[in-house]
Design a binder for this molecule. Structure first.
Ligand code: SF4
Ligand code: SF4
Length: 407
């Protein structure tokens, strides 16, 4: 597709990224086949091809309307469209540029601005979320349905391993996850201890920046990215083997750090080094699988493929394959390419679309009557658990269940 990006964007690294992506699109529309929002609305402008057109117009200097912004807002950033594009169009890279340009050109209604500021305030300070959850849990039964689901039942974290191993890796604590589900990181540490890896959280590393970046505060997201890069760089220099991120949504944004910091060549280079050492825990465990000390108590499971693990790193099947090798019996799940509707803050910002997608996903996940549903991302975990008749857990918990706990 021919394009002429307007100045001054044309002279920037972001403009170059956008022009490259636009040129690679041949406008065939095959991507619409796997787009969850096009699947729901049937509107061309709610599919990737239509959104690419809208972004192209905006970047070429055409006026941007609220309608354009709303079609871009409805995109889940799930990247399912990229898996069916025959031309290898990296749609998500264009979307990030397009969203930043439209956000600057089109003021949002105050209610949308307030919600976005509130979500960012929580991601920057997870203790605020932990406090709100602690205050809300006793009154959960009295809360409206939309809020109840944001209060997952607290799970005991269990004992932490005390052994020191030669292999050392660092773990992203996370913002929402550290407040809502600290037991997931605890399970990750025990499982890695069982395969001879010491896993520690890095002081100075916090939120990955995705929520800020995607909620109209890109410079705040960039500042968080730089802070994390500095802390991880020091740790890699000191001999850490890898950076482990067990929330696949956070990992997806960290993989984009080189683009996010494209205008800053020094940090973009540091970001590339960080990304080269970034691993999902399943990548470590499939190379060094743990030895179970017991059989699964509830072996019949369904494994949800988080979009951020499936589309991009192409690891969607990996957790189910690992759990199968450890004695679980993962059931087939239809339409794995369709997002569950969680997508960062999407379930808060686009509740109707998110609910419809979740309903479809839960029908697919429970069709084979699993005893438990497993996922690889805190956002999917919270969103699915809110509507599922079957318990939802992180897949690391399934591995942890098969191992002896540290004394
Ligand atoms: S499938 Fe790829 S090339 Fe075709 S319209 Fe979609 S993004 Fe463009
Ligand atoms: S990222 Fe997902 S929701 Fe957005 S256009 Fe692509 S497939 Fe559709």
């Amino acid at each position: 597709m021919r394009t002429r990006i307007a100045s001054p964007l044309a002279e920037t690294a972001a403009g170059a990224i956008a022009a490259d992506v636009l040129r690679s699109c041949v406008h065939c529309g095959m991507c619409n086949a796997t787009c969850p929002t096009y699947h729901l609305t049937g509107d061309e402008l709610d599919g990737p091809r239509g959104r690419i057109y809208l972004i192209k117009q905006a970047l070429e200097g055409e006026p941007v309307s609220r309608l354009t912004q709303s079609h871009l807002d409805r995109c889940l950033s799930c990247r399912a469209c990229e898996t069916t594009c025959p031309s290898g169009v990296e749609y998500h890279r264009l979307l990030d540029v397009g969203r930043e340009v439209t956000a600057k050109a089109t003021p949002r209604p105050w209610a949308e601005r307030v919600l976005r500021v509130a979500v960012r305030a929580i991601s920057l300070h997870p203790w605020r979320l932990a406090t709100l959850m602690a205050l809300g849990r006793p009154f959960k039964a009295l809360l409206p349905a939309g809020l109840k689901g944001k209060l997952p039942t607290r799970v005991a974290a269990g004992a932490a391993p005390s052994r020191q191993h030669d292999r050392r890796m660092t773990l992203l604590k996370g913002c929402v996850q550290s407040a809502a589900a600290p037991h997931i990181n605890a399970a990750n540490r025990r499982v890695f201890d069982a395969v001879g890896v010491s896993l520690t959280e890095t002081p100075g590393v916090g939120c990955c920046g995705a929520l800020s970046f995607h909620l109209d505060a890109p410079d705040e997201g960039r500042a968080l990215a730089r802070r994390n890069i500095d802390a991880w760089t020091a740790l890699l220099d000191a001999g850490a083997e890898a950076i482990i991120v067990n929330a696949s949504g956070c990992a997806a944004f960290i993989r984009d750090y080189p683009d996010v910091l494209a205008e800053d060549p020094v940090y973009a280079a540091r970001a590339r080094r960080v990304v080269s050492r970034l691993k999902d825990p399943v990548e470590v465990l499939r190379e060094t699988p743990p030895t179970p000390t017991r059989a699964p108590r509830e072996p019949r499971i369904a494994v949800h493929q988080s979009c951020t693990l499936r589309n991009g790193p192409a690891l969607g099947d990996a957790p189910a394959a690992l759990l199968s090798s450890l004695g679980y019996d993962p059931q087939p799940v239809a339409d794995a390419h369709l997002c569950c509707g969680s997508a960062g803050a999407y379930s808060l910002l686009q509740p109707e679309m998110a609910k419809r997608l979740r309903t479809e996903k839960i029908i697919a996940l429970t069709a084979s009557q699993p005893q438990t549903i497993y996922t690889a991302n805190i956002g999917c975990w919270m969103h699915l658990a809110d509507g599922s008749p079957v318990p939802v857990r992180h897949w690391l918990e399934a591995v942890d269940d098969l191992l002896d706990k540290p004394a």
